[in-house]
Design a protein around this ligand. Structure first.
Ligand SMILES: Nc1ncnc2c1ncn2[C@@H]1O[C@H](COP(=O)(O)OP(=O)(O)OP(=O)(O)O)[C@@H](O)[C@H]1O
Ligand SMILES: [Mg+2]
Length: 484
């Protein structure tokens, strides 16, 4: 989507200049000649994402306009333009709710960077607010990305399961979202307000499995100093999620079966069973049917748990989910880590969509987390996903990007993308230092013409002695570029 900026300035020349600079950098603009016109534009056009406001206006002064705009569009980022760079004005404007200010005359680059930064910061704030709005901890099907037909089928099944109390067995590889699905089922069920107790059956110490699940009476064994309720009782009236249920020892399986059949549990060492009303959801990344064949999982329990099976497919079988998942994770981590990251370059997204993701959604989530935390901002590129792309992570903050048009013809690696398509902007969207670009250009020329200095100098349009001097400055060795 194109970002629209409302330019408010009474000076027609200024308006034009600002408009031209913004449009050249891909923004859409709307123009207003004074305060009232600006307020009308804000009401009429919800696509306006930022107001660029001259502080000195005829009639209504800029600061008043700012205050009025704040009332109708409280989260709209506003950048004010002032004629003087005095601290006073800046303080006043910030107090009135401006996000940033620019001193006139301003360069197009400064203007664009300031506008971009204000928009990104506002977007991050919006995301934090949105994330904060979710009622504490409760997860629903809205929280699950399901863009692919396969995943839509999974959520449809989940929704149906949520409408009843039947046991659900979620199967699927590690990291496909089994637990998230179980939580969504509980969040959409009429037990949503009741406890959701998750137990990782694979992580229970063998001698304590039964006590942890079904509780124990005081004195039942050494160390049982008081009665202990156990997970089933904790989950009473709610939902018990048995993760990695295939790991449950056989004795515990017997007790679990009884709990499911009779609706009661026998705490270790207790005289009487305890009635429980628990909805059981379970998950496994093992082939339970095979465990049954091998005698490691009770067949009767298998049928009890597997009343309503749902298989969560591996991510590589539903690649349509990758863009939406990536966008969700980028937005989340950018907000949580307060990083100005917006999304991915098309090249990076294409690569993420092609990768096989043996660790499934969890692996993608971790890859995005790492990329967001280490990124300078803007869009994540191929180099931000070194484990996926096979590219080495870049060491310098200002990464070295070769403009496509300048890359040596015989270079095997495709040129890394750049936000402006030319390689002159760094990941923050700032113009890179001249010497850095100059060095790259010389390296590129040296590679392309295999260190033939006369040719290199001629192509670069500089004298040979200048070329030698610059190569010394940049510590470049002529010999390193000669062929054979
Ligand atoms: N469809 C989805 N939409 C959004 N986030 C997802 C989705 N699927 C999985 N995730 C996220 O991916 C991560 C892994 O999911 P989850 O823990 O549910 O997987 P799992 O199958 O239980 O993994 P494991 O087998 O390793 O226990 C979680 O952070 C989860 O929030
Ligand atoms: Mg899990």
């Amino acid at each position: 989507m194109v970002d629209t900026v409302l330019v408010v300035d009474d000076d027609p020349t200024q308006r034009r200049l600002l408009q031209a600079a913004l449009e050249r950098h891909g923004f859409k603009t709307r123009l207003a000649v004074d305060g009232p016109a600006a307020l009308i534009a804000l009401d009429a056009h919800s696509d306006i994402q930022l107001m660029l406001l001259d502080l000195v206006l005829p009639g209504k002064q800029g600061l008043e306009v700012l205050a009025d705009a704040r009332r109708s569009r409280p989260s709209l980022p506003v950048v004010v333009l002032t004629a003087s760079g005095s601290v006073d004005v800046a303080v006043q404007a910030t107090k009135a709710g401006a996000n940033d200010f620019l001193v006139k005359p301003t360069s197009p680059e400064r203007l664009v960077t300031t506008v971009q930064n204000a928009m990104e910061t506002a977007a991050l704030k919006g995301e934090v607010v949105r994330l904060g709005k979710r009622p504490s901890g409760r997860i629903g099907f809205d929280d699950m990305i399901a863009a692919s037909p396969a995943m839509r089928m999974v959520t449809r099944l989940g929704q149906r399961a949520a409408a009843s109390s039947i046991p659900v067995l979620v199967t699927g590889e590690s990291g496909v979202g089994k637990e998230l699905l179980a939580r969504a089922i509980q969040g959409a069920s009429d037990r949503a307000a009741k406890p959701f107790i998750a137990v990782n059956c694979g992580a229970l110490p063998e001698n304590l499995v039964e006590s942890i699940l079904f509780g124990h009476a005081k004195g039942a064994f050494t160390g049982a100093v008081s009665d202990h309720a156990g997970k089933f009782v904790e989950a009473n009236h709610g939902t018990l999620f048995l993760d990695e249920v295939g790991e449950l020892p056989l004795e515990a399986q017997v007790k679990l079966l009884r709990a499911l059949q009779e609706g009661e549990v026998d705490p270790v060492g207790a005289k009487r069973p305890v009635k429980v009303d628990v909805r059981v959801l379970s998950a496994t990344n093992k082939d339970l049917a095979k465990l049954v064949e091998e005698g490691r999982f009770r067949e009767d329990l298998y049928y009890r748990l597997n009343v309503f099976p749902i298989e969560a497919p591996p991510l590589r079988d539903r690649r349509e989910d990758i863009p939406a998942l990536t966008a969700r994770f980028v937005a989340r981590f950018a907000a949580e880590e307060n990083r100005p990251v917006r999304g991915c370059t098309p090249q990076a997204m294409a690569m993420l969509c092609q990768y096989d993701w043996p660790g499934n959604v969890r692996q993608l989530e971790n890859a995005v987390f790492r990329a967001v935390v280490l990124s300078e901002g803007g869009d994540l590129g191929l180099e931000d996903f070194p484990h996926v792309s096979g590219l080495q992570p870049l060491l310098a903050a200002n990464d070295v990007r070769m403009p496509a048009a300048l890359a040596p013809a015989n270079d095997a690696a495709p040129p890394a993308p750049s936000p402006d398509g030319y390689g002159f902007l760094n990941r923050e969207g700032h113009v890179r230092a001249f010497i850095e670009v100059e060095r790259e250009l010389i390296v590129s020329a040296l590679k392309r013409y295999h260190g033939r200095m006369t040719e290199v100098a001629r192509r670069l349009g500089i004298g040979r002695s200048t070329l030698y001097r610059k190569m010394r400055e940049y510590s470049l060795e002529e010999a390193a570029f000669r062929m054979g």
